[in-house]
Design a protein around this ligand. Structure first.
Ligand code: ADP
Length: 480
């Protein structure tokens, strides 16, 4: 069976086709703004049906032996491996990233499935030493119940997998609302799940009116947990909606990552890493460097070298294999970048580089821009840029840059470059972030926990912690 652009939602193992649904919405290709297809515009009623389907599937799925749930996930990983290239093309079509990045995203999706297929077997509890003679004490872990996942468009496969794989491994069923910008990738995942034999109702996928769907998912007492990745603004809103049912939430929200280059750093490595992280997905990742802090003694040399390297980037459509950077997701994203640059320039910011490009004019392409002299407390200093803009600040001392790096409500990822081993420990411990890259920009991996502090989120995904979020601890005190 091949993976198709499925024009349908997926509830209780059944496909709800656009053709038999009253209202539909279009999905666009960001590289040319052509319509990819139309999907059912769902709302409250369909959310109730999807929750019902997940609740009905839960008793049987959760009572499978953990190793058997693991086998299902392993099968999903194998099926996805078979269809890797097809799903990668779906990602490029609706999300815009270059094909190699889409393939890497599928690689990471497979890795999450494999990792959690193993973790299913390791849901250990504890035997606790008793406090009275005629007593024995235990804790066990049980699946939380129906999980709701609301996901964004920037990693339409791997962000879903970070939530789906641990949910299923823990014994939970799930209702997923992907972004309406990239629903076809979620539907490709549903096709993979179907081919792998995941029972009906264990995975459900709905989309359309995100406010109505979000409201139902957050307020339904049948949903026991919400896991969300997206903006801090929407995360706060959903968290508030979950309060009434005291629902567990995990949130992976925005970032404002500092990238610090000290005077003793390996400049070449720092530049290579900066470009790879900053321009991944055209700068549309929550962990990409947002504020670049250069020590004043090396800033001139660094900027010169950086320009030379950026000149090698080729902006173009994702399926053109000579492209090294694709378009932004939509017109609003392009406009937001323009506004941020304009505001920076109003406050002494200076454009020192703008790349030329000849990608299709009808797509949402954006040049790479480098700005220096950015000032504290300006929009560009406070906002998650989410685009290919290198926003440069300079600093004179370690204390000054640590203060500036931490002076934000965000706390997702941070990076610094130095060859001083004492400084590595000192700075890593002082940075107020969930994740720190010391001479390294690769932070996302199935084997380690991913997540933020402050207004960047609650909870962790991946690693040994990733499955715990979907489990409740139960304490059993036995007397005799
Ligand atoms: P992004 O800027 O990455 O699109 P958003 O937070 O706007 O971040 O979107 C992330 C996810 O949240 C998407 O699936 C989007 O449809 C959904 N979303 C946006 N607004 C709401 C809302 N009011 N209620 C529920 N979901 C929402």
């Amino acid at each position: 069976m091949g993976i198709t652009l499925k024009n349908a939602a997926y509830i209780g193992g059944k496909w709800h086709e656009s053709s038999s649904f009253g209202k539909t919405f279009p999905v666009y290709n960001p590289a040319n703004n052509e319509v990819v297809g139309h999907l059912p515009y769902m709302g409250t009623q369909e959310s109730i049906s999807a929750i019902e389907a997940a609740a009905n599937a839960f008793p049987q799925w959760s009572s499978l032996l953990p190793k058997d749930r693991g086998k299902y996930l392993r099968k999903m990983a194998d099926v996805l491996t078979t269809h890797k290239d097809e799903v990668a093309r779906v990602i490029v079509t609706e999300q815009g990233k270059i094909l190699n990045e889409a393939k890497a995203e599928i690689g990471s999706s497979i890795a999450y499935l494999e990792w959690f297929s193993e973790e299913a077997k390791r849901i250990y509890g504890d035997i606790v030493p008793q406090t009275r003679p005629n007593q024995r004490l235990f804790t066990m872990r049980q699946p939380i119940g129906v999980v709701a996942a609301i996901t964004p468009w920037n990693f339409p496969s791997s962000i879903i997998m970070r939530k789906l794989a641990p949910s299923l491994a823990a014994g939970c069923s799930i209702v997923i609302k992907p972004s309406e910008e990239t629903p076809y990738t979620a539907l490709a995942i549903a096709q993979i799940a179907e081919e792998a034999g995941i029972p009906p109702g264990v995975i459900n996928i709905i989309f359309g009116d995100s406010k109505k769907i979000g409201n139902e998912l957050c307020t339904s007492s049948k949903v026991k947990m919400l896991t969300f990745t997206g903006s801090t603004r929407v995360g706060k809103l959903l968290m508030a909606q979950c309060a009434n049912t005291v629902k567990k939430v995990t949130l992976e929200l925005g970032g404002n990552s500092p990238f610090i280059v000290f005077e003793d750093a390996d400049i070449k490595k720092a530049i290579t890493d900066l470009i790879s992280s900053k321009l991944r997905n055209a700068g549309q990742t929550c962990i990409c460097p947002n504020r670049i802090f250069l020590h004043k003694d090396i800033s001139k040399e660094f900027i010169q070298e950086l320009k030379l390297e950026i000149n090698k980037i080729k902006i173009g459509t994702g399926l053109d294999d000579t492209s090294t950077m694709g378009p932004l997701i939509n017109d609003a994203a392009v406009q937001k970048i323009k506004d941020l640059i304009q505001d920076s320039c109003k406050h002494k910011g200076e454009i020192i580089y703008e790349s030329s490009w000849n990608a299709p004019r009808n797509g949402n392409f954006n040049p790479i821009v480098m700005l220096k002299n950015n000032q504290d407390n300006t929009l560009i200093e406070k906002t998650e840029i989410f685009g290919p803009v290198f926003s440069i600040f300079t600093f004179a001392s370690e204390d000054e840059v640590i203060f500036k790096a931490n002076n934000t409500n965000y706390g997702l990822s941070s990076y610094f470059y130095t060859n001083d081993k004492d400084r590595i420990w000192r700075v890593a411990e002082k940075l107020e972030y969930g994740m720190v890259g010391a001479n390294n920009v690769i932070l996302s991996s199935e084997v380690a926990s991913f997540g933020g502090i402050k207004e960047s989120g609650i909870g962790r995904e991946g690693g040994k912690q990733g499955i715990f979020e979907y489990l409740e601890d139960k304490f059993i005190a036995m007397g005799f």
